[in-house]
Ligand binder design. Structure first.
Ligand SMILES: Cc1cc2nc3c(=O)[nH]c(=O)nc-3n(C[C@H](O)[C@H](O)[C@H](O)COP(=O)(O)O)c2cc1C
Length: 195
């Protein structure tokens, strides 16, 4: 075989191996529906944290969040998250149609801490965190290491209006700044749990 054939053979084998690794990772997840989840909504956000990932194709970015909730809106299960306008992910959330929420076991705490303290504007955070990105059929990013994956379609967004805040702690947060959190509501399209 000449060098070119060898190259193509090698490339094909490499691609097959990669694809089989990806599909092996994907089979570790079981599809479920939002109403079957038994998560405690308070502790999963506040203690366990979620990683929200927005963007698509080659341009996507994750960040850690602990503000949010789950509920029903217009008859559908939804996830609500609050993202400050200074985050790089905020930009991608505004531009895109979808986002994913991923929860992780405690052993990935340093990875989620990293995603919550560095900006994707400055570096490839996913690479640095050691997480393995995978794609849903819609092209949205989740991670092989996640224990729970929730894929959402953005259906509403609105800035928190400081003049409407009646909580002292909340009002204090926006006292000397123009920067606010925007609420994004996503209709839950798919839920996967690690088997
Ligand atoms: C535990 C934890 C929870 C956080 N929760 C939120 C949140 O709910 N909303 C938010 O806007 N930022 C939150 N952050 C801050 C962002 O994750 C952080 O600013 C991140 O570096 C933004 O990344 P980006 O610029 O790549 O989007 C949280 C950070 C940590 C560590």
């Amino acid at each position: 075989m000449n060098t070119i054939s060898n190259f193509f053979l090698f490339a094909t084998i490499l691609l097959c191996c990669q694809q089989s690794t990806f599909s092996q990772e994907q089979t570790k997840f079981e599809k479920t529906d939002a109403k079957s989840l038994t998560e405690n909504v308070f502790s999963v956000f506040d203690n366990n944290w979620f990683v929200v990932t927005a963007g698509n194709g080659e341009t996507y970015n994750p960040m850690t969040i602990s503000w949010g909730g789950f509920g029903i809106l217009w008859g559908s299960p939804v996830a609500t998250i609050y993202i400050r306008d200074t985050r790089y992910t905020y930009q991608l959330l505004n531009e895109g149609k979808y986002f994913t929420l991923c929860a992780f076991d405690e052993k990935y705490r340093s990875a989620t801490q990293y995603l919550g303290t560095k900006s994707g504007r400055d570096e490839d955070k996913i690479k640095a965190s050691g997480l393995t990105p995978l794609k849903t059929e819609l092209g949205n990013t989740y991670y092989a290491e996640a224990r729970l994956v929730i894929e959402c379609e953005k259906v509403y967004n609105a800035d928190l209006q400081p003049e409407n805040i009646t909580d002292a702690k909340g009002a204090d947060m926006y006292k000397n700044t123009e920067s606010v959190h925007r609420m994004f509501i996503g209709k839950i399209l798919n839920v996967w749990q690690k088997k």
